[in-house]
Ligand binder design. Structure first.
Ligand SMILES: Cc1ncc(COP(=O)(O)O)c(C=O)c1O
Length: 426
């Protein structure tokens, strides 16, 4: 593999109209560390598959390859950075502590077990039971503290000081970034000519690591970051030219909900990324649904975000071939049902109609017969006789059903109208 020197990489970067100066020392240091990281972590991780997906390719209008880090040990790429970071500090510390309710927690817990270190993970009190159990199962001590991440982080700081443990940041750390960068080497071997690479951005550790290696070894590849509209910190920071804190809303892609990029990740990404795209909640939910239904791949929201971007922003990603990093698969089973139903509704596999029917025997049956004639399969019926907004002596009904074709609902509405029932789609 080509092993460009920094001056060469710099001239490539400069040739791309990107910045010059101080960040190159950091970029070069991380690039060199990533080569060590690759060897260090290799015995402890899986080389995850890269698979072409026909259905996602059709939806995106280009050939799409999926890098399946949802199949990585602990269910996400986060274990890469954690393994390398802990390898570097293992002789200095007896234990590590971190604040995380997500994949970083499991990565750190796993890596601690590999190196025989004690680990304490501080999670906000509302962390999901499933994540608490998974983290404990790797041998970590889990402490529930505070209502939000910042409170958990403060507690982690206290523990680091009182016990003399190393505090492990989830993304703003050169060794964590170098560990995440190892993903890029696998990609360069598995899909050497890919024209674009789409990476999810939370705090920016993964995108920083991967884009650094690509700038050195495959500068012609377009590297694009993706984040939810609910947390547009990277797009806004790159536009503003400084790290800006943005308000966040809850998102299906909970792993990408971060208020602000790190100092390091910001200064790297402004040099190495070709662009940022933001994706809607609908697009993320639809991508989870598509991956599951068509490719039998279980991705969490953050891991599905690159696929969502390829579909929602066809023109925003250049070339005929693109890689989407499916960065993780740790989705709560309780959330999957909601997301699948939402995806099924967006894909019009499930429709919901509402209308008023005379409040007398046999009316509901007549409506259901129309739906059955069109092979609609009822999932739920809500029948409300006392809604004051309904016309007198009428009941409001809402019916949700599976439909054989996206247009079936229109035929049903027309058929109902012919039979004297006024219904609409909800
Ligand atoms: C599955 C998944 N993808 C992507 C990210 C974003 O990673 P980073 O914070 O390094 O940008 C996270 C962060 O937790 C994650 O869990």
């Amino acid at each position: 593999m080509d092993n460009r020197s920094l001056p060469e990489a710099r001239s490539h970067l400069a040739g791309r109209g990107l910045g010059q100066g101080e960040p190159y020392a950091l970029i070069s240091r991380i690039y060199h560390m990533s080569q060590e990281a690759r060897e260090v972590i290799e015995p402890h991780i899986r080389r995850t598959p890269l698979e072409e997906s026909g259905s996602i390719s059709r939806a995106a209008g280009k050939r799409v390859y999926l890098k399946l880090e949802n199949m990585q040990k602990t269910g996400s790429f986060k274990v890469r950075g954690a393994l390398y970071k802990l390898y570097k500090i293992k002789d200095e510390y007896r234990g590590v502590v971190t604040a995380s309710a997500g994949n970083h927690a499991q990565g750190v817990a796993y890596a601690s077990r590999v190196y025989g270190l004690r680990s304490v993970i501080v999670m906000p009190e509302n962390a999901s039971i499933a994540k608490i159990h998974a983290t404990k199962a790797y041998g970590a001590e889990v402490i529930l503290h505070g209502r939000v991440y910042d409170e958990a982080y403060q507690k982690a700081l206290e523990i680091a000081q009182s016990r003399g443990y190393a505090l492990i940041h989830a993304f703003d750390d050169p060794e964590i970034i170098a560990g995440q960068a190892t993903l890029a080497y696998e990609l360069l071997e598995q899909a050497p000519g890919a024209e674009s690479l789409v990476v999810p951005v939370g705090g920016g550790g993964l995108a920083s690591g991967v884009s650094i290696v690509y700038r050195y070894l495959s500068p012609e590849t377009m590297v694009v970051g993706v984040e939810p509209k609910a947390a547009p910190k990277a797009s806004q920071s790159l536009k503003a030219g400084r790290p800006v804190e943005t308000p966040v809303r809850p998102s299906v892609a909970d792993g990408l909900i971060v208020k602000q990029l790190g100092t390091l990740t910001f200064s790297i990404l402004r040099e190495t990324l070709d662009g940022m795209l933001t994706v809607s909640e609908e697009a993320i939910a639809h991508a989870i649904y598509l991956l599951l239904e068509r490719s039998k791949i279980l991705a969490e929201g953050a891991g599905a975000a690159p696929v969502a971007a390829l579909i929602e922003h066809r023109a925003g990603v250049k070339g005929e071939t693109a890689i989407a990093i499916v960065s993780g698969g740790n989705i709560d089973l309780t959330n999957i049902y909601r997301i699948v139903i939402r995806g099924l509704r967006t894909a019009k596999r499930i429709a919901r109609i509402a209308g008023h029917i005379p409040d007398s025997p046999g009316q509901l049956k007549a409506v259901l017969e129309v739906i059955a004639r069109h092979r609609g399969n009822v999932i739920a019926i809500h029948h409300e006789r006392t809604d004051p907004r309904s016309p007198a002596w009428h009941a409001k009904i809402t019916i949700e059903f599976e439909q054989p074709e996206p247009s079936t609902v229109n035929s049903i509405l027309a058929d109902l109208a012919r039979n004297g029932y006024v219904f609409w789609e909800e």
